[in-house]
Design a protein around this ligand. Structure first.
Ligand SMILES: [Zn+2]
Length: 504
């Protein structure tokens, strides 16, 4: 054993030398320098190490790597049947391109923006229904939902003093109009917070209050759009302007819903809000004229949630849902918010069907209606379907590079199990699983006890376009949309094939 190792390490000639000529009669011994002897020794050790490294590498390649792969696969398969292999098929297919981008481009071109109560919204919903039937989805149908019917009408505003300047405005959804033909003309009081208004409430009486609050995060700043007009009315203001809820502006105002109030309310651009703040800081008297025809029509309009299924093989009555909201504000194209979300959700389900994957639970795509000014679509869906829903994912944060999913109210155990599954999405960059918001349309399901999550995406520029004329198809990227499709389709099949109940 030792000899054979020695043989292979030292090589034939040296062994011969060592075996036949004991060191004391080695003719070369005395002529060898210490340096040469050390060199020889090092050379022989080096060969030894090389062999050792080769043996270790062979062991790693033949035993360790397969064991690690198999144990990972077993871990994934133990959690969810064929989650990993289906995910690979899905990712491969999406890399060749999906229908998501062409469908959002088609829908936005044919129907434009889609506010609740509008014909455009119902036409878009009918188109989605017909296309879902063409895709071969099962149980494709619409469910009626009563929705608010607010219409904008004509609107404009301008600074009258200290000089004339046209203001780009968008009336806030739900606002009343300015009643008189000439609109409302009044002095402006700029405030920077609710506290600032409270501290100066005596100055607000009979004025147009402008909330100039710089965007920090959406949840914090949007409070001024939703509740600012009510606070201004309470302080005795005759109208309310709100700095658009956006971190960046190219002179575009952003609309959005506001709580019903007794005074008209509109959004101004970041630039104009800063201008009026500057004028007030310079002790200038600012006079603004505001004209709005907005009104909420007395009768509720009927809109629809539209949906289609891929029926499950083992548990067809348990449903994994994915969706977005088909309605939008009445500006731009509602491409980012949230036509794109509907398209990637729908495409994820269509792709599963097209790949011939049969899920264990039923998979459903839902395009919810009326998210923007009432959320009646999500509420109606939960009322009819909460009992059958196993998990629901909403995508309403843009269809940019996906990062993963955020799950509302998830325990550590749930996050751990989902994180193990999510690893299959590492290559797409969307393997993150965290505690997060489920989404407006999902809230009623979550409130009824259904686990719900939402697609996490790169939202760096999302609020640049949100609820504005800037929200067009030109802001979307087909490759990023395909990655959203890959992520959603993977989650759908891995949840539909989840073994047993989700850990609590
Ligand atoms: Zn939205």
């Amino acid at each position: 054993m030792i000899d054979s190792v020695k043989y292979s390490i030292l090589g034939e000639q040296e062994i011969e030398h060592n075996l036949l000529l004991p060191q004391h009669i080695n003719p070369n011994k005395h002529s060898e320098s210490l340096f040469e002897r050390a060199k020889k020794k090092w050379k022989s050790n080096w060969r030894c190490y090389t062999l050792l490294i080769v043996v270790v590498l062979l062991l790693v390649a033949t035993i360790v790597i397969p064991v690690v792969i198999l144990s990972h696969r077993n871990k994934t398969d133990n959690l969810s049947y064929k989650c990993e292999s289906y995910s690979k098929d899905i990712i491969d297919a999406t890399m060749k391109g999906t229908l998501a981008y062409s469908r959002i481009a088609t829908m936005c071109a044919l129907f434009g923006n889609r506010l609740s109560g509008s014909t455009a919204l119902e036409n878009a919903i009918n188109w989605v229904e017909q296309e879902m039937i063409t895709d071969g989805l099962a149980n494709v149908h619409k469910e009626p939902v009563n929705v608010t019917h607010w219409v904008r009408g004509n609107e404009y505003a301008s600074i009258q003093s200290p000089y004339f300047k046209k203001l780009n405005i968008l009336g806030l959804g739900g606002s009343i109009n300015t009643t008189s033909q000439d609109g409302i003309t009044g002095e402006v009081l700029v405030v920077t917070s609710f506290d600032d208004l409270t501290n100066n409430s005596a100055l607000a009486v009979g004025k147009i209050v402008l909330f100039n609050v710089v965007f920090t995060d959406y949840g914090t700043t949007v409070q001024y759009r939703v509740n600012g007009p009510t606070a201004a009315a309470k302080a005795g203001a005759i109208a309310c302007l709100v700095r658009s809820i956006a971190p960046y502006s190219l002179g575009n105002p952003h609309t959005g819903g506001t709580a019903t109030t007794t005074i008209p309310a509109a959004a101004v651009t970041l630039e104009d809000a800063d201008l009026m703040q500057g004028l007030q800081n310079l002790n200038q008297t600012i006079v603004v004229n505001l004209y709005m025809e907005a009104q909420t029509l007395p009768d509720k309009a009927v809109s629809h949630n539209v949906m289609g299924d891929v029926i499950g093989s083992d548990l067809p009555d348990e449903v994994v849902v994915v969706g977005g909201h088909i309605d939008s504000w009445d500006v731009g194209q509602g491409a980012m918010d949230d036509g794109g979300g509907v398209m990637v959700a729908w495409e994820a389900v269509r792709l599963i069907k097209a790949l011939g994957i049969v899920p264990r639970r039923t998979i459903r795509v839902v395009a919810w209606t009326n998210e923007e000014n009432g959320a009646a679509g999500g509420a109606n869906y939960a009322l009819l379907h909460a009992n059958e829903t196993f998990f629901s994912i909403e995508t309403d944060g843009g269809v940019t590079q996906p990062y993963g999913i955020g799950v509302q109210g998830a325990s550590d155990n749930t996050i751990k199990a989902l994180s193990d599954l999510g690893e299959v999405l590492k290559g797409v960059g969307s393997d993150q699983v965290s505690v997060g918001e489920a989404g407006t349309d999902n809230y009623p399901l979550v409130a009824a006890g259904v686990p719900g999550g939402s697609l996490l995406t790169n939202m760096t520029q999302y609020f640049w376009y949100h609820h504005s004329e800037g929200d067009g198809v030109d802001k979307l990227d087909s490759v990023e949309m395909d990655k959203c499709v890959a992520t959603l389709a993977t989650w759908l099949i891995c949840l539909a094939n989840f073994n047993g109940a989700l850990p609590q």
